[in-house]
Design a protein around this ligand. Sequence first.
Ligand code: ATP
Ligand code: MG
Length: 554
Amino acid sequence: MSEERSLNFLEEIIEEDIKNAKHGGRVLTRFPPEPNGYLHIGHAKSICLNFTLAQKYGGLTNLRFDDTNPVTEETEYVESIKKDIEWLGFKWAQELYTSDYFDQLYDFAVALIKKGLAYVDDSTAEEIAAGKGTPTEPGKASVYRERTVAENLQLFEEMKAGEYPDGAKVLRAKIDLASPNMHLRDPLMYRIKHAHHHRTGDKWCIYPMYDFAHGQSDAIEKITHSICTLEFIPHRPLYDWFIEQLEIFSTKQYEFARLNINYAVMSKRKLLQLVNEKYVNGWDDPRMFTISGLRRRGYTPASIRNFCDRIGVAKRENLIEMSLLEFCIREDLNKTAWRRMAVLDPVKLIITNYPDGQEELLHGENNPEVEGGEGSRSIPFSKELWIEREDFMEEAPKKFFRLAPGLMVRLKHAYIIQCNDFVKDASGKVTEIHCTYIPESKSGNDTSGINVKGTIHWVSVPHAKTAEIRLYDRLFRVEDPSSEEGDFKDYINPDSLQIIQNAYIEPDLETAKAGKGYQFIRKGYFTLDPDTTNQHLVFNRTVTLKDNWAKKAD
Ligand code: ATP
Ligand code: MG
């Protein structure tokens, strides 16, 4: 955003650090995704924050895949994450993997064992959990806590060598079993997991825990400001403890509130369920708040960056309105989308005084929001047109400024017409509307002197192309599905996708470009879906022209 705003708390910290020449005034942040799913809009918040903070202070940002859990991680996710960050418009300084540090981390662990600050524990997971006590009661030392350094060194090496099955032993930090902070009650550092890793293959059968890997990776990379979300506040003393005991680069962790959006879920675990259980058509389903879903829906990188900037950096959890995200995409597409006409629910209109067989090529600017309109396209016009069924009423109330017997409207980019009569089929459905046009009222050269209040869109019947159009509603019926009773999937909106098989579109839309936004006049912003083939165009509605949530909410 261009307008001035006060510094957020992270900017204040960084400016203070620069003033004190901490790290020589250097700024290096990192974005550390675990490659166990596709990125969502919450990650976009973290990406924008890390990259823009560094950019603002002349620093850099690393992309570090936090790949310490071999079971859930896949290369497909790594690729999608890179694609999404690039698409958002950011360039990382280095592409790194926590798994690149496995040797180094092992050495760190050995160093702690040698200092008498880590031990191998043979207790079961249940015994360890019980031994940790409760927040109000101190924990109890495991019988293995006083093993000698030599014994611990040997056992840890044997763990690494694959001599024990999963779960048989763990390496724990020896800190304080009575600490009021549960994370300091001898936390796990390493666990045995005989699993194939997407990068290190079968080299390792012990893997570091998040708390032992994350801070040490930050230190190895000499990250100056390690930014994460609020749930890591209680981990911070442990983060600092490892760094202090290992006497490595002193990086600092700072926490901000996760982004939550209403009517959505924002955790990869839940998104994975939606995908696996086929509630949606993949990670990039346009109803998903994944970056790939938003891209497919027609969101632009600028709109997402703008959204992340507007919501700011909070220190307390909150729920952001989905309508703010929609506001940001409308604002962007209003400036950039090309205007086109499409009729989603067609009824035929015949201009009885327009010569049979005559055709005209009319012109419409691509983008009236900019000077010069970014050029224009030709729009064929003829005697028979498709118009929107809702633009006609047999008996119109006052203030209905569209078509009804006797009423006049302007056809966008064309003429003023007057409705004379209409035809219905046996079921009472209107099948044809008969109008006359006023030849002197042509747009751009109107000498008719007639003023009409309404303008409607249309597509010429003989020239119309067809398209499939997908309209989306929110995926959940309730504001915060994760906090409702029962399973979050019980709150899925069954009508979140409406498919219009045969909409009529103006012929120029056959050349629509993937990734470009189009405003279908009066109908919203649309973009081409990747399901499109040469024979079959498919458009997604990105967003309606106006906010209609407010109305729906009551
Ligand atoms: P999820 O629970 O969705 O899987 P995560 O935190 O486990 O999220 P990571 O891949 O570990 O996902 O996250 C990478 C970075 O993105 C972390 O620094 C994390 O704090 C941040 N992040 C994740 N979700 C959000 C969110 N909703 N808002 C802001 N930042 C987030
Ligand atoms: Mg995580």
